[in-house]
Design a protein around this ligand. Structure first.
Ligand SMILES: [Zn+2]
Length: 239
């Protein structure tokens, strides 16, 4: 059996996003892209292109702050501003927006404000990936399944790969990224669990490792992953 993998891509849109969307389409890989509001303002056409081509666009804040270092009011603005931009992108693409998803920058859930922010996300109608489709134990041990933001079980962390390690797609790169993720134990090469994996749309990585995006995903597929679209659930207590 092939390993179930849900692909999420953070920090777009960029000048490379349209190319990434074309690659994903060519390999029939479903994906969720978490966009920054400030980047949607600069790359509107790329955002519309992604929606038109079946990408689910989620909210990754307006300006990528550390939520534990901003006030609750600032945090709600950081979440609400991109919502308006994403709604407009869906309207311009002529597509109905079915899913309202949020991912905290750096996975920083807001420190002292964490509880209030989770309540905010829930009452605003944000959805989560159906935990029934995720089998990685660390996801439950960390109680990530309880929250109303979208976390991950494996981060390629390819932006942190030092130059000279090799080109993406080689086992050395994946071993390097795996070693960086021991805190979850997640791995796209581990056949035993369904995962939410995280790749980034970074211009700096594209400059350092041209083609990294498709090479890492090609390699992950070659190693047995099957990319699927997860199910989503909404709070029944939604205000
Ligand atoms: Zn980010």
């Amino acid at each position: 059996m092939r390993k179930t993998t849900y692909l999420t891509i953070d920090d777009g849109p960029t000048e490379n996003t349209i190319r990434h969307v074309n690659y994903l389409k060519s390999r029939s890989i479903p994906a969720i892209m978490f966009f920054l509001g400030s980047s949607i303002e600069r790359q509107r056409e790329a955002a519309i292109y992604a929606v038109k081509h079946g990408i689910i666009v989620g909210n990754h804040s307006y300006s990528h702050p550390k939520f534990s270092e901003i006030s609750f009011d600032e945090a709600t603005l950081e979440i609400r501003r991109p919502e308006e931009l994403i709604d407009q992108v869906y309207r311009d693409a002529g597509c109905k927006r079915m899913y309202k998803l949020f991912r905290f920058p750096y996975g920083d859930k807001g420190g002292a404000n964490k509880g209030k922010l989770q309540e905010f996300l829930r009452s605003e109608g944000f959805m989560k990936i159906d935990p029934a489709g995720i089998t990685h134990p660390a996801y439950y041990e960390s109680q990530l399944d309880k929250d109303w933001d979208v976390y991950w079980t494996f981060d390629y962390a390819e932006y942190a790969i030092p130059e000279g390690v090799g080109t993406p797609g080689q086992a050395g790169i994946l071993n390097y990224t795996n070693a960086m993720n021991l805190w979850t134990g997640g791995s796209p090469l581990d056949q035993s669990s369904a995962e939410i994996i995280l790749l980034h749309d970074h211009s700096t990585t594209e400059m350092r490792f041209p083609g990294y995006f498709s090479e890492l995903l090609d390699y992950t597929i070659a190693m047995g992953a099957e990319f699927k679209m997860p199910g989503f659930v909404r709070s029944s207590l939604q205000a």
